[in-house]
Design a protein around this ligand. Structure first.
Ligand SMILES: *Cc1c(COP(=O)(O)O)cnc(C)c1O
Length: 367
């Protein structure tokens, strides 16, 4: 049975490939991995993911609650800034509350009933291809600057979090930066029970030296006698979903332009923000070149320019690959476009359409 386009299709077998590497890192190094929900919150596959991961980490009260309700296991609750009410609510189900600043920690530690407390530190080193996503950028507000923490702050903490990477597939760079952190923060780290090294480490990428990575993490954990956490977002779900679309029209303005029933602006927003093309399997090989564009009225709603083996027709199916991370969590109702359904290809090969969106969802998102 064909599913009506547009839809995101998550493939659990592809997900499993990443999850097995995460489990291997856990087994070899002792480092636990918690899923960064801001990257991927599609809870219909959490039953599979939670067999391989230790819990979730979040950026807000709602994400933390989702992690608690739909994933279970450990709930790390970080936020750039909490209100007092947020802290009271989140403390009902979080295991750890990680504050972004000393002022938040001091204001709210009293409301964090029973939770372990952490603080985000900003080592002012980073690996990122984009200034927009660089936690060490000029005037960054992400985490505490400075190597020394007063004793009265330290005494509140059981752990610290460093998030300083973005799609870092360069192990040597990570290794060097971790050594830098060990040197600069040794006195703090020695007092902690746990240290989170954040996300953005691309250790599930093909060719990544997983064994060396494990050795490094294990050495760090032993040196400071801490439980290490990783917070993979993209690397947990990379390469595990497609966005399946249908060509609605083909127009020509010097080049052939195929318009599909989905939009970069509404359904793959991250690509637009970072000015990246959507990826397509085997593109670049065929004789027939088209610009593939979205069906919103934004002039720059363009997925990219690709080569196809045969001529596209109205009704042709176009699949974009690697569409799990930072896509479904960012989709929006711009132009009132039809929202892609969410389908899951289970390990046994069967396909569940777990969510369809309709007019009522559009209406109920506004008031
Ligand atoms: C974004 C983020 C992550 C996940 O990053 P990925 O690049 O998707 O792995 C983890 N931890 C924190 C604090 C983050 O802000």
């Amino acid at each position: 049975m064909a599913i009506e386009t547009p839809y995101y299709l998550i493939d659990e077998r592809r997900l499993l490939r990443n999850l097995r590497i995460i489990k291997r890192v856990r087994d070899c190094s002792g480092a636990k991995s918690v899923l960064a929900l801001k990257c991927f919150s599609t809870w219909s596959v959490f039953d599979l993911m939670k067999e391989y991961m230790d819990g979730t980490t979040s950026s807000s009260l709602f994400e933390a609650r989702l992690g608690h309700e739909k994933f279970g296991k450990e709930v790390h609750a970080y936020a750039v800034a909490y209100s007092k009410e947020d802290v009271k609510s989140v403390s009902g189900f979080a295991d750890k509350i990680i504050f972004n600043s000393v002022s938040q920690l001091e204001m709210f530690s009293a409301y964090a009933r029973g939770c372990k407390l952490g603080l985000r530190l900003n080592p002012q080193i980073s690996y990122s291809h984009f200034d927009l996503a660089d936690p060490a950028r000029k005037f960054s507000r992400l985490g505490v600057i400075g190597r020394r923490l007063p004793l009265k702050v330290l005494s509140l903490l059981s752990g610290v979090m460093f998030h300083f990477n973005c799609e870092n597939d360069d192990f040597e760079n990570f290794s060097k930066n971790l050594d830098g952190i060990a040197r600069s923060y040794g006195d703090v780290l020695k007092r902690m029970e746990w240290v989170s090294l954040g996300g953005g480490l691309y250790f599930t990428k093909e060719g990544y030296p997983v064994d060396k990575f494990c050795e490094k993490l294990k050495g760090f954990a032993a040196r400071f006698d801490v439980q290490v956490y990783l917070e993979p977002g993209e690397s947990a779900i990379t390469q595990s979903a497609e966005l399946v679309t249908t060509v609605l029209d083909i127009v020509r303005n010097k080049i052939d332009i195929a318009i599909v029933d989905a939009s970069i602006e509404a359904h793959m927003l991250d690509l637009l923000i970072y000015r990246l093309d959507a990826r397509m399997k085997d593109s670049g090989k065929g004789r027939f070149k088209y610009m593939v564009a979205g069906n919103s009225c934004l002039a720059g709603d363009i997925f990219g320019i690709y080569r196809f083996k045969s001529r596209l027709r109205i009704g042709s199916i176009i699949k974009f690959i690697d569409t799990a991370g930072y896509t479904m969590v960012k989709k929006n109702w711009f132009n009132g476009l039809r929202m892609p359904a969410i389908a899951v290809k289970r390990l046994d090969g069967s396909i569940d359409v777990v969510r369809r969106f309709g007019y009522n969802d559009f209406v109920s998102s506004l008031g």
